[in-house]
Ligand binder design. Structure first.
Ligand code: GLA
Length: 450
C-alpha cells in the first residue's frame, strides 16, 4: 500500500512537471492554447507557477552571467612571490610558511616587490563529512585561517594549490566536483592566490574545467589570483585571458641550463629549454593575463651567472617572478639576484609587453622589450659555455615591434645605456657597443631615452 502511494506521488510529480514544461513552451511561444482541450483549468492553476519559474530561470541566467568571469584588475603586472614546490616539494608545513613570510620581509624581498607566499601541493588533509576540505592537521595544526592572518599581518598574501582533477599530482584530494565548496573555503580562510593543477583530469575539457573554478572563485566573492597550471598542453594562451591571470606555458622547470630531466612518463626542463619551447605566444600576454614559464629555480643549484640569466630572461618575458628556493637560508648572491631592482622594473613595467628575439648569432640571442616610458630593455643571452665578444652597432639595427607598434629608431633617437647587473653606465647608442659576455649568462641593459 505504502509503495503504491509513493509510486502514485512520483507519477503525479512527473506528470505535473511535463505539463509545466509544456505550459512554459506554449506561454513563451505565445501560442493560443485556450482551445487546447483540458488546458483551460490548468492555465489558471499554473499561471502563478509559470511566472515564478520564469522569474527563477531569468534570475539564475543572470546570476550565471554575473559569476561567469574572473576578477579583473588583479595582477596588472606579473605577480611576484614565492612557492614551496621547487625546493621543498611535499615537505610543507605552517612553520615553513611562517618562516618564509618572515624571511620575505627581513631579507628585503618584500620591499623589492614580492608579495605572495604560496603553498603548493601536499597541504591537504581529508574532506569532512560535508565535503569541505581540511588542511593536514599535523602539518598545519593551527589551520589555514590562522596562517593567512599571520601572513597578512606581515603585509603579504597567502596562496594555495589545488587541482582540476579528482586528485592532485601528489595524490591529495583534488577539487573536481567540489569547486564551489573549495572556492568558498579558500575565501573563508583568506586565501589570495590559487594555483590550479591538471593531474588526474581524465577526459575533462581544460577550458571548461578552468572556467568552472574561475566562476566558483568569483561567486565566492574574495579577489583571488587564478593561476592556470595545465602545462601548456591545451594552448591556454588562446583561451586563458578571460579565465585566469596567468597560465603555465610548459611542463615543469628543472634547475639546469639546457637539460631535459626524464621522470619516465614526463620530463622537466632546463631554463633554456623552457624559453625556447614557447616562442611566438607573446601577443597573448598583457596586464592581468600572463604567460607563465614556471616558478624560478634561482638559488637551487645553477651557477650565479646562470641564475642571473634566468632572472633576466624571466623579466624580459614579463613572467611571474615566483621564487622557488629556500629564502630563509639563501646566499647573498642569490638575494642580490632576486632583488635586483633594475631587472625587476623591466618585468614589472606597466606596458606589460613581452620581449621578442631580434636575432641569434653564434649562440647569442639578442632580445628587446619595449617599456612604458619609451625606454627599451635589451638582453644579450649567451647560450654557449664559451665567452663571446660582442660588437653591436645600434644605428644599423632596425628594431620595430609590430605588437606594440614601437620603433627604437636608433638612427635618430639617442639612448643612454645602463648595465643592470654591473650597475654602471655604458655610454650611449651613438657609439658601437663592444664587450665580452661570459658563458651561460647575459648582458642586460636598459636603454634610457634622451
Ligand atoms: C605539477 C606542477 C608543479 C607542482 C606539482 C605538485 O607537476 O606542474 O608545479 O605543482 O605538480 O605536485
Amino acid at each position: 500500500m505504502f509503495f503504491a502511494k509513493v509510486l502514485l506521488l512520483m507519477l503525479s510529480i512527473i506528470v505535473s512537471k511535463i505539463v509545466l514544461i509544456a505550459r512554459v513552451i506554449l506561454w513563451i511561444s505565445e501560442t493560443d492554447y485556450s482551445s487546447v482541450t483540458g488546458y483551460k483549468l490548468l492555465r489558471i492553476i499554473h499561471r502563478g507557477a509559470v511566472v515564478k519559474k520564469t522569474i527563477l530561470l531569468l534570475v539564475s541566467l543572470l546570476a550565471g552571467s554575473v559569476y561567469a568571469q574572473k576578477f579583473e584588475h588583479l595582477a596588472m603586472t606579473p605577480p611576484m612571490g614565492w612557492n614551496s614546490w621547487n625546493h621543498f616539494a611535499c615537505n610543507v608545513n605552517e612553520k615553513l610558511i611562517r618562516e618564509t613570510a618572515d624571511a620575505m620581509v627581513s631579507s628585503g624581498m618584500k620591499d623589492a616587490g614580492y608579495q605572495y607566499v604560496n603553498i603548493d601541493d601536499c597541504w591537504q588533509g581529508e574532506r569532512d563529512e560535508l565535503g569541505f576540505i581540511q588542511p593536514d592537521s599535523k602539518r598545519f595544526p593551527s589551520g589555514m585561517k590562522a596562517l593567512a592572518d599571520y601572513v597578512h599581518s606581515k603585509g603579504l598574501k597567502l596562496g594555495i594549490y589545488s587541482d582540476a582533477g579528482w586528485k592532485t599530482c601528489g595524490g591529495y584530494p583534488g577539487s573536481r566536483g567540489y569547486e564551489y565548496q573549495d572556492a568558498l573555503t579558500y575565501a573563508k580562510w583568506g586565501i589570495d592566490y590559487l594555483k590550479y593543477d591538471w593531474c588526474n583530469t581524465e577526459d575533462l575539457n581544460a577550458k571548461g574545467a578552468y572556467m568552472t573554478m574561475r566562476n566558483a572563485l568569483y561567486a565566492a566573492g574574495r579577489p583571488i589570483v587564478f593561476s592556470v597550471c595545465e602545462w601548456g598542453d591545451n594552448d591556454p594562451w588562446l583561451w586563458g585571458k578571460d579565465v585566469g591571470h596567468l597560465w603555465r606555458t610548459t611542463g615543469d622547470i628543472y634547475p639546469c641550463w639546457d637539460c631535459e630531466y626524464n621522470h619516465g612518463s614526463w620530463s622537466s626542463w632546463g631554463v633554456l629549454r623552457v624559453i625556447e619551447m614557447r616562442e611566438g605566444i607573446r601577443e597573448y600576454a598583457g596586464p592581468g593575463h600572463w604567460n607563465d614559464p614556471d616558478m624560478m629555480e634561482i638559488g637551487n643549484g645553477m651557477t650565479v651567472n646562470e641564475d642571473r640569466a634566468h632572472f633576466s630572461m624571466w623579466a624580459m618575458l614579463a613572467a611571474p617572478l615566483i621564487a622557488g628556493n629556500d629564502i630563509r637560508n639563501m646566499s647573498t648572491e642569490t638575494l642580490k639576484i632576486l632583488t635586483n631592482r633594475g631587472v625587476i622594473s623591466i618585468d614589472q613595467d606597466k606596458l606589460g609587453i613581452q620581449a621578442f628575439k631580434h636575432f641569434t648569432k653564434d649562440y647569442v640571442d639578442v632580445w628587446f622589450k619595449p617599456l612604458d616610458n619609451g625606454d627599451w630593455a635589451v638582453t644579450f643571452l649567451n647560450r654557449d659555455q664559451k665567452p663571446k665578444n660582442i660588437s653591436f652597432n645600434w644605428k644599423r639595427e632596425d628594431v620595430m615591434d609590430e605588437l606594440s607598434k614601437r620603433n627604437a629608431r636608433f638612427d635618430k633617437a639617442i639612448y643612454k645605456i645602463r648595465d643592470l647587473w654591473a650597475h654602471e653606465d655604458l655610454g650611449t647608442t651613438k657609439e658601437i657597443l663592444n664587450t665580452k659576455i661570459p658563458g651561460h649568462t647575459v648582458l642586460m641593459l636598459r636603454l634610457i631615452k634622451q
